[in-house]
Design a protein around this ligand. Structure first.
Ligand code: GLU
Length: 393
């Protein structure tokens, strides 16, 4: 993608040429005080059918939240109210609601002859490379049958360390898994505001974000929506990940009628997040986002410069401090010593050393490491092929 192309042209070209689209819809779009809204879902079904095209040339994967909201409503119908703040209660509510969510999607998509397929995932399913590839094959098969995969997190069995965090994050991982070329995020907001609307009454919608990696997300996103778990912060984080893969994101107000159709027709709606000019490989994306970092390696200025400016690997000599307990092969964060907050973070990578071993060899030169570990040791703590700088975490 060329950043010199006018973004409106780019947007229209991408919208019309996209062959595989991940569409994510949040709970706040799908539900109201009475639970899931038939009307909203029926309108979305019509839009999804239009997006797929009459010849089915465009494939769509739908990531749908709403299980917890539907479960809450189902309990209320039986005269019981529940507090779904706690993890166990949310998981139980999702078990009640997931079936209802799928039944409704099936009902509203049936008139368009679209078979729906339920796919429930935990983060652990995508962490092991073989399971990741198995899931990829299943999606490919479903799409070849012209089915619409409707994906949600498998909330009932997801514990904290297995959770994606939110469906925005899950959707961004799916963009990689299925090889999508467009990501549409349907949200309850009109788009991304240029300043925090909670504190700035005149906040304007950004029609286009040129370089999402340069945005100060903390400043932009003070608030969260009350129904879902995401908020704009996680939408932009997900858009940033998609952008790294060379995939643009369109953040749209999902409650507005025929919003996808209006975007396809060229109307200036929502926020277009441009893809990065230099995409990272799908393998690097997978290794960086498959799990949360298990620890942090603090590196000195010299090592930070070598990583950032020369594209070097991280060597034991540059590591000054090791936080956390992790095994060889774990995903760890790399941060610049002497720097605080998010700006300290340089990226993430797979470590060749367990935390304990690393503490013994940090700051040492190669021959000093060899004196401790013998000759058959890895020269790099993190090889540059296993390192993603500027990771969206
Ligand atoms: N999986 C949750 C649900 O279906 C929603 C998570 C989210 O909104 O990010 O209710």
């Amino acid at each position: 993608m060329s950043q010199t192309e006018d973004w409106r042209e780019e947007r229209q070209r991408c919208l019309h040429r996209a062959r595989l689209v991940v569409v994510k819809v949040g709970s706040a779009v799908l539900s109201d005080a009475d639970g899931l809204s038939d009307t909203v879902m029926a309108d979305l079904a019509r839009q999804l059918a239009t997006l797929r095209g009459s010849d089915g040339a465009r494939k769509v994967v739908l990531v749908s939240s709403g299980a917890v909201a539907a479960g809450r409503r189902a309990l209320a119908r039986h005269g019981r109210s529940c507090d779904t703040q706690g993890l166990a209660a949310r998981q139980a509510a999702a078990a009640l609601g997931q079936g209802q969510l799928m039944r409704l999607w099936d009902k509203v998509l049936r008139p368009y002859g679209i078979p729906v397929a339920q796919v429930l995932l935990t983060r652990d399913d995508l962490r092991a490379r073989t399971r990741f590839l198995n899931a990829r094959n299943t999606f490919a098969e479903l799409l070849s049958w012209d089915a619409l995969p409707v994906v949600n997190e498998n909330d009932t069995v997801s514990v904290r360390e297995l959770k994606f965090g939110d469906n925005d994050c899950l959707a961004s991982l799916l963009v990689n898994l299925v090889g999508a070329d467009l990501y549409i995020n349907l949200t309850s907001a009109p788009g991304v505001y240029a300043s925090n609307p909670d504190t700035d009454a005149d906040a304007q919608i950004l029609s286009c974000i040129d370089d999402v990696s340069r945005l100060d997300l903390g400043r932009l996103c003070g608030g969260k929506t009350s129904v879902g778990t995401g908020g704009m912060y996680s939408k932009l984080l997900a858009a940033r990940r998609a952008s790294q893969l060379g995939v643009p994101t369109l953040i749209l107000p999902g409650r507005q009628e025929n919003i996808i159709g209006r975007a396809l027709a060229g109307e200036d709606v929502g926020t277009w997040v441009r893809p990065a000019e230099h995409a990272i490989s799908r393998r690097k994306f997978w290794l960086a986002y498959q799990s949360d970092p298990a620890g942090t390696l603090w590196v000195d200025e010299g090592a930070a410069d070598a990583l950032l400016e020369k594209g070097s690997s991280l060597l034991p000599g540059g590591v000054r401090r090791v936080d956390g307990t992790f095994q060889k092969g774990a995903l760890v964060r790399v941060a610049r010593l002497g720097c605080d907050g998010p700006q300290a973070s340089l990226g993430v990578g797979l470590t060749n050393y367990a935390a304990g071993e690393l503490r013994k060899i940090m700051g040492l030169r190669r021959h000093e490491v060899a004196a401790i570990l013998g000759d058959a040791h890895y020269p790099e703590v993190i090889h540059r092929d296993n390192l993603l700088l500027d990771a969206a975490i």
